[in-house]
Design a protein around this ligand. Structure first.
Ligand code: CTP
Length: 400
């Protein structure tokens, strides 16, 4: 089997020391690692240590006549399967967001057509700065994948918050998730049924009850399951996303329509109920637009409970899918609520996410816990496609 190649760019931050372990651990997992160090990175780790670990495959200088003989900055990324930046400093991210190319690292990134995974590491104040937020929003839009940062103690005394670079193992899990030709075909012959997005529950012809779900996580899972060879049915509420290629999409609006579409799509081998289904609908939606009656008294909306689709699939479907996965969006007591929810719903696995965190609902990243009989795994914050790929890897392992 040919080895996958990582081009690792080490930025100039205190977390650069972890890049040494990252190189070692990547080699342990069978990756071949080539490294570019920025000038600033050389202040934190020595090129000699990096070069020794990377078996001499270290580059640093855009204007080195030997390295540039064969247009090094273009060749370097072409030879890689993925470019990983760790730590991705605020400066490096700003340069990437603006397309600057004034050193070997940034010139290589601008000439690059491979997937890019960045592991940001910076002071929490920098991470929270509006300029840094703008830059990462731009990078996410450009298709850059993120892993971390995490929160906790920083190198600087008395500084806490989000900004710590993800651990090497977590970065490599994200790499594994993105480079997964090994998953190719491993779900072939399996029917995967996925729900995604919100539901809209009409109040009258122009108004409805809804929630902030974007559908991104469910769509990403559909794409990952399809890439692994599954036959995928995606039952989706109203979202602004393009249908993933090769996936059968059933568009619905209300919870009752979603349940019917799910029942119609069964049987399935794997059910992943990712939708943020409205718990309630109006007891009777009006046929005409509700008008103000001039009295100043607001109308009373009588609500009634919607069917619980996950509960139905996990407890009543016959035949029941071999693996039923639910999601739980919680704002507090995440583990406690999610653990209870898994048992109540009767699903096999539950993916719990903390939606009180900024940017999860509607955003591009997610930080989740996977709750199963065998225990609870906390996954580092990563973009939704990386979370989806990892979930699909877990599913593949489950069926092996
Ligand atoms: N779900 C569903 N049908 C519903 C409500 C929820 O299929 N009517 C599914 C969701 O797709 C998700 C899981 O159940 O996989 C948990 O959704 P959540 O809204 O967190 O659960 P609730 O049952 O609404 O629990 P609570 O309101 O108590 O948090």
């Amino acid at each position: 089997m040919t080895k996958h190649k990582i081009l690792l760019i080490i930025g100039g931050g205190i977390a650069a020391y972890k890049a040494l372990e990252l190189i070692r651990r990547a080699q342990d997992r069978g990756y071949e690692v080539t490294v570019i160090m920025t000038k600033a990175a050389e202040q934190f780790v020595t090129p000699l240590s990096v070069s020794t670990l990377a078996k001499g495959k270290l580059y640093a200088n855009l204007f080195d006549p030997h390295e540039e003989m064969d247009v090094g900055h273009i060749r370097l990324s072409r030879q890689a399967d993925i470019v990983v930046i760790a730590p991705a400093t605020a400066d490096l991210m700003a340069k990437m967001a603006h397309g600057l190319a004034d050193d070997l690292a940034t010139a290589t990134l601008l000439a690059n057509d491979r997937p890019v995974l960045i592991a940001p590491g910076m002071n929490p104040k920098m991470w929270d700065h509006p300029a840094a937020k703008r830059n990462r929003a731009q990078l996410a839009e450009d298709g850059v994948h993120f892993v971390g940062p995490t929160s906790g103690e920083m190198a600087e005394a008395n500084e806490a918050g989000t900004g710590r670079m993800a651990e090497p193992a977590a970065i490599l899990d994200a790499v594994d998730g993105l480079l997964r030709p090994s998953q190719h075909g491993l779900l072939s012959g399996k029917h995967v049924l996925i729900t995604a997005g919100p539901t809209h529950e009409p109040i009258d012809p122009v108004r409805y009850i809804a929630n902030r779900s974007s559908g991104k996580q469910g769509y990403a899972i559909a794409a990952a399951a399809h890439a692994a060879g599954a036959e995928v049915t995606l039952v989706t509420g109203p979202v602004h996303l393009n249908a993933p290629e090769g996936v059968e999409v059933v568009a619905v609006e209300t919870a009752r329509q979603m349940k019917q579409a799910v029942v119609d799509a069964l049987p399935a081998d794997i059910a992943i109920m990712c939708a943020a289904v409205a718990d309630w609908r109006t007891a009777s939606a009006a046929d005409q637009k509700q008008k103000k009656d001039g009295s100043g008294t607001p109308p009373v909306l009588e609500l009634t409970e919607n069917p619980d689709i996950l509960h139905h699939v996990a407890r009543e479907a016959d035949p029941r899918p071999a693996l039923v996965i639910g999601f739980a969006a919680e704002t507090d007591h995440l583990i406690e609520h999610a653990t209870a929810k898994r048992l109540r719903k009767g699903c096999d696995w539950l993916v719990a996410n903390d939606v009180s965190q900024e940017g999860v609902m509607g955003g591009d990243t997610n930080s989740v816990h996977l709750i199963r009989d065998q225990g609870i795994d906390a996954w580092p914050k990563a973009d939704k496609q990386a979370v989806a790929n990892r979930l699909v890897s877990e599913i593949i392992q489950h069926f092996q």
